[in-house]
Write a protein that binds this ligand. Sequence first.
Ligand SMILES: Cc1cc2nc3c(=O)[nH]c(=O)nc-3n(C[C@H](O)[C@H](O)[C@H](O)COP(=O)(O)O)c2cc1C
Length: 305
Amino acid sequence: MSKPDLKVKIGSLEFNNPIFVASGTFGYGLESSDFVDINKLGAIVTKSLSLKPRKGNPPPRIVETPSGMLNAIGLANIGVERFLKEKLPLLNQFDTKIIANVAASSVEEYVECVRLMTNEKIDAFEINVSCPNVHDGGLEFGTNCLKVGEITQKTVAVSTKPIIIKLTPNVTRIAEFAQVAKENGAAAVSAINTFIGMVIDITKRKPKLSHNTGGLSGPAIKPLAVAKVFQIYKEVDIPIIGIGGISNYSDVIEFLLAGATAVQIGTHNFVEPDCTEKIISDLVKYLINNNVKSVKELIGKLQLF
Ligand SMILES: Cc1cc2nc3c(=O)[nH]c(=O)nc-3n(C[C@H](O)[C@H](O)[C@H](O)COP(=O)(O)O)c2cc1C
């Protein structure tokens, strides 16, 4: 069989393959270039960028948990201006799509970040309305359907590039949020960000994170994430980027069958920094062995009981 077609489309954008790296787990995209051939990735999603630099939360801000990790980084980043000056020109040397992830403490800040970056060599924006680790903004927006609608509509209005809304799983019905994103012009949704979690040090009788709670990621959340993707796929006609606990090619196929058009790898980048290359080559082998000509043939092809 000839080489299978790995290309996927989200709106007008075509990606070389459906394997992206998740925001906050791959730096600004350059930090991992010693381990991974960046040109092989479908897309890089940058660390969340805010209008002004942010220091993030004080340490400790990461704790290991069974089958995953809890983080409360608090959106530490260098800000839009320095990103455009110092990081983007280097990222643009690679043959991969660049998705700039944006975080903010107000609707105006989201709009201003997108406006400042929209004429740069960036392919799409992922709007993080779902960070559980900040006091201002974050989940306050992502758990409020009206706010998600407003942020989507106002960022779409100033953007010349597709807007992807990154949803939180910390809601009862995630599909309602995907529907609002669609109605307000989003090109896609990313599902999911982390689940709120807590780890307690029983000697000190204190939480292990300075922020008290954090975001749970990694294999522990994979079945939850697949179910969220499936719920959105059943109810809303919008491309979905699946995220949550992916560590190998078979996890990727689960997400595609549940309805994802592409996926992002997060926590596993810390465990196995070159995992994305391996996942792509294993995906190709799976497609060949199962006589699947295009990865698109798998999207939403789950057979229910
Ligand atoms: C250390 C760490 C930092 C993260 N930072 C961000 C961030 O800045 N912006 C964002 O949208 N998501 C952030 N995330 C969430 C991931 O992008 C992803 O949605 C989540 O971890 C679930 O995927 P995973 O289980 O494969 O890690 C972060 C996750 C981790 C573990």
